[in-house]
Structure formats: structure tokens, C-alpha cells
Design a protein. Structure first.
Length: 476
């Protein structure tokens, strides 16, 4: 008899592994996260060092649990929707009560909301104009930078800032609750979009909702991208359900949180146009969507009272050390020109940014032309191009397109590439949100290596236990 071991992924073990990882990440974030100024520890302190190593220990466990869960979805007995939602709840729970992680943007949101409440023009001034404790929490890089966010988000931030007053922790928790509402909308929309687009709902939930980037940055970081994606997903579901007016309203509201969602209006037009005969009717549908979008924008802006300055503020300055593709190439070109003694070095970064915008426009046109019968997938590819080729990128920007690719991606290679990119980007930022030094890199690496060794030891122990109990399967 020849014994053959059948690789079976235990969903409960994945849940436990991810929960341990999430809890370790939250515990590490208590000393190494994006803490309020009065609570922050010196990066070289012992507690901060232990917290950083522990956070990366948990982060690697969480990513590993997600990868293993993905294998179970492709197995003979994939977990159902209820199991996946339970898993998401277990993994997210420790992060809900953790301090902000991987970014200090949530403090900027609160400061901008307080500025709107104080009738300070957020599209002309940065948080430094506000003064007070909230301003101290904003990262120095963004102290003097106007906001590019739309009136829908600013109205939300104003309400939370007004409720929390100067209690930073209360404001952070309020922003996180809003982000959780966005994630909940994403979770509701993903299976519906997947069914309409011919994808597997369970695989869509795994890639688009249980993704480490969602947990780390939308839950842990409380980013407003969660609101944008929740509204965008709801708008696309409405469009697929033949409610085009509601769809146009929801997608416009998403764009009034962050502007890239405006591309979703094209998907609404195309989805509505499928049910209309004749070019004239389709043109009327497009004009109707634009009219609804304009009316929604005017109404939301009037209610928020923030004006239309966000349109001009979309060119908000990009960090000089931003590691986007075009910014990196611009810095490299600038260095080469400086070494060559050329006076053109100062134009290198702006030139690369312009090339990036041109490449983005080209990629968007190609995506819509090649995948016109699949508007949701074309929109996902377009938003991915905007995130990757733009002058600024953060790991959570990738979620703009990933969310829709998870729901509508037709080919396995694309989904696999997106999953690999998610796992890599999950490790790209420190819990504090700041760039690491050598010591912090060593601590983070040490925590990750310890997690890998721990999993290998656990695998060997469970493997011996299983071997002692007999082969999983056999054949003659």
C-alpha cells in the first residue's frame, strides 16, 4: 500500500492563526503604532522595539492565515459565506480597538473636520491653520497641505470632530466606525457583484474583503477609501439591478469622498445602456447620468458648505520621498542629470509625473476598449492604473481596483497577481506610518522571521500528530 498525504486546509486553524496574528499586531501597535503625540514612545525605546517586532510577528501570521484560507477556497470543501464573514469578524476584532496603524491620516481627517466646523477653508489652508491639539497629531509633511477630499467626506469628518471635540481617542474611534460601515458595504456588495459578473462569491470575499490590506488599512488605519469603495460598490450593484438614477447618485457620492471613483459613472452609463436600444437612447442615458451627477454634486456641496475648492486641490503637493513609480523614476533621472551637470534636473520629477498621467490615460482607454462588455472589470483595471501610475501611491490605494477585480476578474492569473501584490504590500509600511531606519527594519524582519519559524515548528508538530494517527488518504 502506498500512502499519499492529501493536503487539506483546516478553516478553523486558519481562523485561529489569523486571530492570533491580528491580536499580536494590535498589541504591538499599542507601543509601535501611530499613537497620539502624548502617548508616543521614542522609536529606540525597549517597549517600542518589542512592539514593532510583535506587530510584524502578528502581521506575518495574519498574511499566512489569509493565504492558507485562499487554498481552502480552491479545495474540495470550500468555506461558505457565513464562515468567511465569521473569519472576517474574528480577524478584524482586535484591530477595531487598536490605536491607528500604518498611517496618521486619521488625525488629518479629524483636523480637517474641525477646520470645516470652524469655517476655515480646508482647500486653501493646511491643518496648521487650525492650531490646538489636533494639529499636533497631524504628520509634519501634511501640516500646511490643503485637503483633496470632497464635501461628502468633509461633512462626515466635521460631524465626528464636532462630537469628539478635543478628545482625540473618541474622534479616532468615530472615524474607524465610519470606515467599518464602508467595509460592511463592501462585504455586502462583493457577492452580488461577483454573481452578476460570473465570478465565485466566496473567492470574491476572500480577495476583496478578507484581504490583509483591507484589515490593516481600512480597519486598522480607518482610511476614507473604505467609504469611497462602499458607496462605489453600492452604486454598481444598483446599476446592475437596473436602478440607474440611484446608481448615479451613489457613485457621485463616492467621487465626492475621493475623486477617482468618478470613473464609476462610465460603468453606470454602460450598464444602463445594455438595456436600451439605439444610439440615441444610449446618448440620452449618458446625459441623464451626467445630469444626476451634477445635481448630486451641487446638493452635497451646498449641504456641506465647503464650496468647490476640492477641484483645484486635486493637485495637492506630492511628498518628495513618495515611492510611486513615476516619482521614483523622476528622482533617479534627476540624480543622473545632476551628476552630469545638467540644469534640467529640476524638471525631471514633473516630467515623469506628466508621463505618468499620460500613461494612466492610455491604460484607462485600453482597459475600457478591451473589456467594454465587462464594465465592472474594466473599471477595476482603470482604478488600478490610476493608483499605480499616479504621482503618489500608498498600499491602500491598490484597493481601489482590487475590490472590483476581486468581484469581476475573469482570469485566474490576474487574481493571483493581485493576491501576491496584496501580500507583499501588506509588509511595506511600519505600524507607525513613518519611514523605517535600519534598526526598525531589523526589528521588523526579526519579528517576521520569528513568525515563520513558529509556523514551521507548529506544522512539524501537527504533521507528526497526523502521521501518528495514520495517513489521510491511501491508494493501492
Amino acid at each position: 500500500m502506498l500512502a499519499i498525504r492529501v493536503p487539506v486546509v483546516d478553516t478553523r486553524r486558519c481562523q485561529l492563526l489569523g486571530l492570533v496574528g491580528s491580536a499580536a499586531l494590535a498589541a504591538g501597535g499599542a507601543t509601535a503604532g501611530a499613537l497620539p503625540v502624548r502617548e508616543a514612545l521614542a522609536p529606540g525605546s525597549g517597549r517600542a522595539a518589542v512592539g514593532l517586532a510583535g506587530a510584524y510577528f502578528g502581521l506575518v501570521l495574519l498574511v499566512a492565515a489569509w493565504v492558507l484560507l485562499g487554498r481552502s477556497i480552491r479545495g474540495p470543501e470550500p468555506p461558505g459565506r457565513r464562515t468567511l464573514l465569521l473569519t472576517l469578524g474574528l480577524w478584524a476584532a482586535p484591530l477595531i480597538v487598536a490605536p491607528p496603524l500604518f498611517s496618521r491620516d486619521v488625525y488629518s481627517y479629524l483636523a480637517q473636520g474641525a477646520m470645516v466646523d470652524a469655517r476655515i477653508d480646508v482647500y486653501a489652508y493646511g491643518p496648521s491653520r487650525l492650531g490646538g491639539p489636533l494639529t499636533d497629531e497631524v504628520a509634519p509633511l501634511w501640516q500646511h497641505t490643503p485637503t483633496p477630499y470632497g464635501p461628502v467626506f468633509l461633512a462626515c469628518a466635521k460631524g465626528i470632530a464636532d462630537f469628539s471635540r478635543t478628545e482625540v481617542s473618541t474622534g479616532v474611534f468615530g472615524m474607524r466606525l465610519v470606515a467599518l460601515l464602508g467595509v460592511a458595504a463592501m462585504v455586502v456588495c462583493l457577492p452580488a457583484l461577483a454573481r452578476h459578473c460570473g465570478a465565485e462569491p466566496a473567492a470574491a470575499l476572500w480577495l476583496g474583503a478578507l484581504n490583509p490590506l483591507v484589515l490593516l488599512h481600512l480597519v486598522g488605519g480607518a482610511h476614507n477609501d473604505a467609504i469611497m469603495l462602499g458607496l462605489l460598490g453600492a452604486g454598481l450593484v444598483a446599476a446592475l439591478g437596473r436602478w440607474p438614477i440611484l446608481a448615479a447618485v451613489l457613485v457621485t457620492l463616492a467621487a465626492l469622498v475621493k475623486a477617482p471613483a468618478a470613473l464609476g459613472l462610465l460603468a453606470v452609463v454602460l450598464l444602463w445602456g445594455r438595456h436600451l436600444g439605439g444610439r440615441a437612447r444610449r446618448l440620452k442615458a449618458a446625459l441623464a447620468v451626467l445630469g444626476v451627477a451634477a445635481a448630486t454634486t451641487a446638493a452635497a456641496t451646498a449641504l456641506a458648505g465647503t464650496g468647490y475648492g476640492w477641484i483645484a486641490a486635486l493637485d495637492t503637493p506630492v511628498s518628495p520621498q513618495n515611492w510611486s513609480l513615476t516619482s521614483s523614476l523622476g528622482r533617479m533621472t534627476s540624480a543622473l542629470l545632476e551628476n552630469a551637470g545638467s540644469g534640467l534636473a529640476q524638471f525631471a520629477v514633473p516630467a515623469w509625473h506628466l508621463l505618468g498621467l499620460a500613461a494612466t490615460a492610455t491604460a484607462v482607454l485600453i482597459a475600457w476598449r478591451r473589456h467594454l462588455p465587462r464594465p465592472v472589470y474594466a473599471l477595476g483595471l482603470s482604478l488600478t492604473a490610476v493608483a499605480v501610475l499616479g504621482p503618489a501611491i500608498r498600499p491602500w490605494y491598490v484597493l481601489w481596483g482590487l475590490f472590483l477585480i476581486a468581484a469581476a476578474g475573469p482570469d485566474r492569473p490576474m487574481r493571483r497577481a493581485v493576491a501576491i501584490a496584496s501580500a507583499v504590500l501588506a509588509l511595506a509600511v511600519l505600524p507607525s506610518g513613518f519611514a523605517p531606519d535600519r534598526a526598525q527594519l531589523a526589528l521588523a524582519t526579526g519579528g517576521g522571521v520569528l513568525a515563520v519559524l513558529t509556523m514551521l515548528c507548529a506544522y512539524r508538530i501537527t504533521g507528526r500528530t497526523a502521521a501518528g494517527a495514520g495517513p489521510v488518504g491511501s491508494t493501492a
